[in-house]
Design a protein around this ligand. Structure first.
Ligand SMILES: [Zn+2]
Length: 492
């Protein structure tokens, strides 16, 4: 049987004292048997804090007996908020709760959570983990994380009458806050104590069976903000089958790509075999554009005209822009594919640089389409000579830089091919990698110098396309490949 005196003693050990402010998230059952139940726990807090201190509890979500006791307390003040309210007892209760509903965001500036932190208050987790820590929502909101959504509008009573309001950047479904616990536990206190069990900014004690965590709101926010600035996905879980976190991560990536000068697309061959799979994979990866090269094992240049038309329409239906048709061979009549592209409203065609380049350029000009050539069997010397020849004849060919194409010929794609000869023509980079012997590799694991190429284009505010290339097949799903690509961007 746990007595009130024992609870008081442990709270003081954790660092709580007279005059402190604390927001408490709790599970009564986690303690074991408490003499007098929830009332005893609340009384213990109030005794330690003294009337000059303040006890706060959230009054939404999974509530418990302790919250009920605080709410029912004769001195309790409640913050008015239909989604994120609190109840508080003590000297600063009114100041903390005041006009909560008027704050623009539910947990950010001018809310009880941020006010408590600014007052030097604590967060106490009694027998519950970081998943219940509401102040972490404040951090997500301060960061304006792109996956946060606006709530449905709520109508509620205020002292000034009925109000209808929606809250932007409201925290969504699943996140994984538990991983932050270690960071809070191991972060050195401001005074510079030794690292160890009790050495971090978060203090841990046991009361009965319950693990009790106590950390200053300011410290918690500072640490979590730092982590979130380094990695906006810091509270998303890594489970590939968690649809919530997959969708939230896609929102982050989408926002990330929107901030880049280049336009990112994926090869359909890489994204999936069938249209619905391609649409789903791109949605999961935050990708808006595809380069249609292969579908169901069939290269685009061999596809029947009506199938091509239906495919482009179905991809658009799935909110995917077809950024180009890309053929593996020019074929006897390059004009056929170019006319078909125009027929289904695709404005760009990508072809291997080969003999009939001029014929293809003429057809593209006729149809008002953009044409870009990629290197296959020619080295950078020959490729640049061919492009220069076309330019001399008055054509303006685009160039899709296939770093793997050059690496397969034993060239150094960045130092040799790109920098010295081809930079001026490039309107697309194929993002894929391979060894000098042609064996495909995960991006930035081979000899294609793909990281250097992405970096130089990013530095030059490149406005062309980066296309996640089909050669990356076999190194995981598109989602995983995009994850690696974002990792590269973040490391630059
Ligand atoms: Zn999740």
């Amino acid at each position: 049987m746990i007595q009130q005196a024992e609870i008081e003693k442990e709270l003081k050990t954790a660092g709580l004292k007279k005059g402190d402010t604390v927001i408490l998230h709790s599970s009564l059952a986690s303690l074991g048997q408490v003499a007098g139940g929830a009332e005893t726990v609340v009384n213990a807090f109030l005794r330690v804090l003294n009337p000059t201190g303040t006890l706060v509890v959230p009054t939404f979500g999974a509530l418990g007996a302790i919250t009920d006791v605080v709410k029912a307390h004769p001195k309790a003040v409640q913050s008015l908020h239909p989604l994120a309210g609190v109840a508080a007892i003590g000297a600063k209760a009114k100041a903390i709760c005041r006009d909560h509903w008027q704050a623009e965001l539910a947990h950010e500036k001018d809310t009880p959570y941020m006010r408590l932190a600014e007052l030097g208050g604590y967060v106490c987790l009694l027998g519950v983990d970081q998943d219940r820590n509401t102040m972490l929502h404040s951090v997500e909101e301060v960061l304006r994380l792109p996956y946060l959504k606006t709530t449905a509008a709520k109508t509620f009573d205020t002292p000034g009458g009925k109000v209808t309001k929606a809250w932007p950047f409201f925290p969504g479904p699943h996140r994984d806050f538990i991983g932050l616990d270690r960071m809070f536990r191991e972060s050195l206190p401001a005074s510079g104590g030794a690292l160890g069990d009790q050495g971090g900014k978060m203090k841990i004690v046991r009361i009965g069976h319950a693990v009790v965590r106590l950390i200053k709101g300011k410290d918690l926010i500072a640490l979590a903000l730092e982590a979130g600035r380094q990695d906006p996905a810091f509270v998303l879980c890594a489970n590939p089958n968690c649809a919530d976190c997959v969708a939230q991560r896609a929102d982050l990536w989408r926002a990330r790509f929107a901030g880049e000068s280049f336009c990112l697309a994926a090869s359909t061959h890489l994204a999936g075999r069938y249209v619905p799979e391609i649409i789903e994979q791109c949605a999961r990866a935050g990708i808006h554009g595809v380069e249609l090269d292969v579908l169901e094992g069939e290269p685009v240049e061999l596809m029947a005209a009506d199938k091509l038309m239906a495919t482009v329409a179905a991809l658009r239906e799935g909110k995917l822009e077809v950024t180009a048709l890309r053929a593996r061979a020019v074929g006897a009549k390059p004009s056929v594919l170019i006319e078909r592209a125009r027929g289904c409203g695709v404005t760009r065609v990508v072809l291997p640089l080969a003999e009939r380049a001029e014929e293809a350029l003429a057809a593209a000009k006729d149809q008002g389409l953009a044409l870009s050539f990629y290197n296959t069997m020619f080295d950078s010397e020959q490729t640049s000579a061919m492009l220069l020849r076309l330019k001399d004849k008055g054509w303006n060919p685009g160039f899709t830089f296939s770093a793997t194409g050059f690496a397969r010929l034993g060239e150094k794609p960045f130092l040799g091919s790109y920098k010295k000869k081809l930079r001026r023509f490039v309107d697309q980079l194929d993002v894929e990698d391979c060894l000098f012997d042609g064996t495909p590799q995960p991006i930035a694991h081979g000899n294609a110098e793909i990281k250097e190429l992405i970096s130089i284009l990013q530095c030059a505010s490149f406005e062309g396309r980066l296309v996640l290339g089909a050669g990356n097949r076999g190194f995981g799903s598109l989602h995983e490949i995009v994850g690696r690509f974002v990792g590269l961007l973040d490391a630059m």
